[in-house]
Ligand binder design. Structure first.
Ligand SMILES: [Zn+2]
Length: 329
């Protein structure tokens, strides 16, 4: 008997076996109270020694002063069982564990070990995300999935970063569900994040702008209704072009981190790319000065609202690459 997810062969029951100091209260309303499966990453790089459930439990108990580890379930890509990342069952799902503040009672915390600003989601990890998701859904545990930073009050959090929706669909390679005709703006949304709900090859920011004349892309308000209905057809999309090496793109993007004070060809590449997508950096002079920093900040405020620091890094690069692509470059 019991739940389907508990019978996954890669699941390892660690309930009660991790460092703890007392235990969490039960959820008000029991397991039925769970509406949302919340996806996290541990923000600790996979190759670090402390990237394991014991270390997380220790940290949550000793440093945060919580009774137990924060996540009910932890997926560990470092431990692969039969082509699947191990899933540690850490806190009974009937208990209200701490991971999303005021939303804990109705949220189930699932963490994938790794820092996906740097790490890459492995196939065994995606397989376990998909299988765990499908089993939980079949068990009726939760009705929807969200990343940590889609939860109220956490828009600033760099969690989960990895594409949990893609991972959830990994097994079927299935398309995300059909979009409703309109969408109500939630806290932390940008046109970019709304467009992403349709998957990377679906609606673009440009589609949304065209479908919503008069909209202010930088001033979305919570509760504002965005028209999605005709968006897919509003912008003429080019068929997928074959993949080219990055160097043959018109605006190749530099790897690594660039910030104020940096100089050189990489800065020039960044400036050209920003200029191409209308975030004017001033002169294309290879100097990361105040104007370039400001352009990066403006770009981030539209596309990476939880990461507006004026520093060009991997996340900014990924978004910039996608925006260039959406403009046909
Ligand atoms: Zn998180």
């Amino acid at each position: 008997m019991g739940y389907k997810f508990e019978r996954l062969p890669q699941l390892i029951d660690m309930r009660g076996k991790l460092p703890h100091k007392g235990q969490y209260n039960m959820r008000n309303g029991g397991v039925k109270a769970i509406t949302t499966r919340v996806w996290h990453h541990s923000l600790t790089k996979l190759n670090l020694k402390g990237s394991n459930v014991h270390a997380f439990a220790d940290y949550h108990v000793r440093t945060n002063g919580w009774p137990e580890i924060g996540y009910a379930l932890v997926i560990d890509p470092n431990k692969v069982i039969n082509g699947r990342a191990a899933i540690y069952y850490c806190v009974d799902i009937a208990k209200k564990s701490y991971h999303v503040g005021n939303s804990n009672n109705f949220s189930l915390g699932i963490c994938v070990i790794g820092d996906y600003r740097y790490d890459k989601l492995s196939e065994p990890a995606m397989r376990s995300i998909a299988e765990l998701h499908d089993a939980l859904a079949a068990d009726g545990i939760g009705k929807e999935d969200k990343s940590h930073n889609e939860m109220p009050g956490y828009a600033w959090k760099q969690c989960c970063i990895y594409d949990y929706e893609k991972a959830i669909g990994f097994l079927k390679g299935k398309k995300p569900e059909a979009l409703p005709a309109t969408y109500k703006v939630q806290e932390g949304d940008t046109l970019w994040s709304i467009a992403q709900k349709d998957g990377p090859d679906g609606i673009t920011v440009e589609d949304l702008i065209v479908a919503n004349p008069g909209i202010n892309p930088r001033g979305l308000k919570v509760g504002q209704v965005i028209n999605l209905g005709k968006a897919q057809y509003a912008f003429t999309r080019k068929p997928d072009e074959p993949k080219k090496p990055q160097s043959s793109y018109r605006f190749p993007l530099p790897e690594g981190i660039l910030k104020k004070g940096d100089r050189g060809e990489k800065v020039k590449q960044l400036q050209r790319a920003l200029d191409a997508v209308y975030f004017r950096p001033g002169a294309i002079d290879g100097i990361y000065g105040a104007k370039t920093e400001d352009a990066v900040k403006r770009f981030q405020s539209v596309y990476l609202p939880y990461e507006v620091d004026g520093v060009y890094g991997p996340n900014t690069m990924e978004k910039l690459k996608a925006v260039l692509k959406s403009k046909g470059y």
